[in-house]
Design a protein around this ligand. Structure first.
Ligand SMILES: Cc1cc2nc3c(=O)[nH]c(=O)nc-3n(C[C@H](O)[C@H](O)[C@H](O)COP(=O)(O)OP(=O)(O)OC[C@H]3O[C@@H](n4cnc5c(N)ncnc54)[C@H](O)[C@@H]3O)c2cc1C
Length: 379
């Protein structure tokens, strides 16, 4: 039996490990399709602009891991599907399967006028590195940090990391005694940015900004990005470097799968992680739109929970049993400042936010080590 997995990051790797735990008789062949055989630890991008991390420190080759797991790796990009998902079209040719997991992540909306040239989207490595380069050359000026959502799908938003980029840069400028030469503004079309983390989190984040002398420009629609700042319905935000995370959306190739898409352009999944209306086609992580509470988030550990459920269900179905595995929905994040971390968590029955703690910064660093170590180690 052949399983194809599209993607090679959090969701894909969690699925591979889970399938191998089930498949003691090694009767399942796994083919992974991804542009690079590398694990890219995106949560540590927040430390790139301040020079605390480099490209090499947050990437690990997966070639040894694939060999250990007996995975057949195809260096390619998926471009579409045929036959209800039984064939994946790729830049290296078609690949057939008995079960398919799509774990190729999401994309960002880049529709705002001027965004391409006048804003950096630091969720991409190149832009995070450009931010480090520009910041390193600046001796003072205006910095603007912001994020927005996808109007068609409220959960398709990546706000938390932008607070981290901003607080880390603020702390870095204080550390090198340059903060007084910079003016920092946080902007968002949302009046209560970070609302999904809970009302206490919004209050805490706004209070932290006030304490650090960060200006806010909230609740006004973004009209566009210019070389000298951001234009909103309520005026101009001066900026010499703008970091912005747009709303998220699905990848363009999803439209060529023939599968149902959510209003925001993601693959529409059911509670089992199955792409709606398909046979043995699953989605996990940022690529999918899943049912759940309105505060659900696109996070690495959610990607892993969804991937393990999808792996369980694929194995069940391939052995002739019905899929039945669901996954928990949780929101757990540490908003890091390079000095402290604020733990925010939400579960179906309760939520919790802790004050800024050095310990939580250490936990965030520990999680990075914990995630990368298994792929660095030969065992
Ligand atoms: C700056 C930042 C900070 C973050 N901080 C946190 C955090 O603190 N905690 C947390 O839980 N989450 C965090 N996240 C979110 C987390 O990184 C994502 O939710 C997670 O990466 C999603 O995993 P994924 O496997 O679904 O997709 P991805 O990690 O995006 O991986 C997609 C994989 O698919 C491959 N791929 C892409 N297109 C194709 C294609 N056409 N064909 C084949 N392969 C393809 C890619 O190369 C990659 O291997 C952060 C994200 C960012 C950007």
């Amino acid at each position: 039996m052949n399983i194809t997995i599209v993607g090679a990051n959090f969701a894909a790797l969690a699925a591979i490990r889970r399938i191998k735990q089930h498949d003691l008789g090694r009767s399942l062949n796994i083919t992974v399709v991804a542009p690079k055989p590398e694990f890219f630890y995106q949560p540590s991008l927040i430390w790139i602009p301040t020079g605390s991390r480099t490209r090499d420190q947050i990437h690990v080759s997966l070639l040894d891991f694939f060999e250990r797991m007996g995975v057949h790796y195809v260096q390619a990009r998926a471009t579409g599907c045929e036959g209800g998902g039984r064939t994946v079209l790729t830049t290296a040719g078609p690949i057939t399967n008995d079960a398919l997991l799509i774990a190729s992540g999401g994309d960002y909306l880049r529709k705002a006028p001027g965004i391409e040239h006048n804003a950096l989207i630091p969720c991409t490595l190149n832009d995070a590195e450009r931010a480090a380069d520009i910041l390193g050359r600046m001796t003072g000026g205006n910095l603007a940090f912001g994020f927005a959502g996808n109007p068609n799908e409220p959960t398709a938003i990546r706000g938390g990391p932008m607070f981290e980029f901003m607080f880390c840069i603020d702390n870095y400028l204080r550390r090198i005694r340059q903060r007084k030469h910079f003016s920092i503004t946080f902007f968002s079309p949302m009046a209560e940015p970070g609302k999904r983390m809970g009302p206490a989190a919004v209050k805490g984040l706004l209070a932290t900004m006030k304490k650090r002398g960060i200006h806010t420009h909230l609740g006004h629609k973004i009209k566009g990005f210019k070389p000298n700042g951001v234009e909103t319905e309520k005026g101009h935000i001066p900026s010499d470097m703008t970091l912005f995370i747009p709303g998220m959306t699905g990848q363009p190739w999803f439209a060529k799968t023939g599968f149902p898409l959510s209003p925001g352009g993601f693959l529409q999944a059911d509670a089992l992680g199955r792409v709606e209306g398909t046979e043995r086609v699953y989605v996990a992580g940022d690529a999918g739109s899943f049912p759940g509470p309105e505060w659900r988030a696109k996070q690495a550990h959610m990607a892993e929970l969804q991937a393990r459920a999808a792996a369980d269900n694929m194995v069940l179905q391939l052995s002739g049993r019905p899929a039945k595995q669901t996954f928990r929905t949780e929101l757990i994040c540490i908003v890091d400042t390079e000095k402290t971390g604020i733990l925010v968590s939400r579960f179906p029955r309760f939520g919790m936010i802790l004050p800024p703690l050095y310990l939580m910064h250490l936990v965030k660093r520990g999680l990075e080590w914990w995630s990368l170590y298994p792929f660095r180690s030969a065992f």
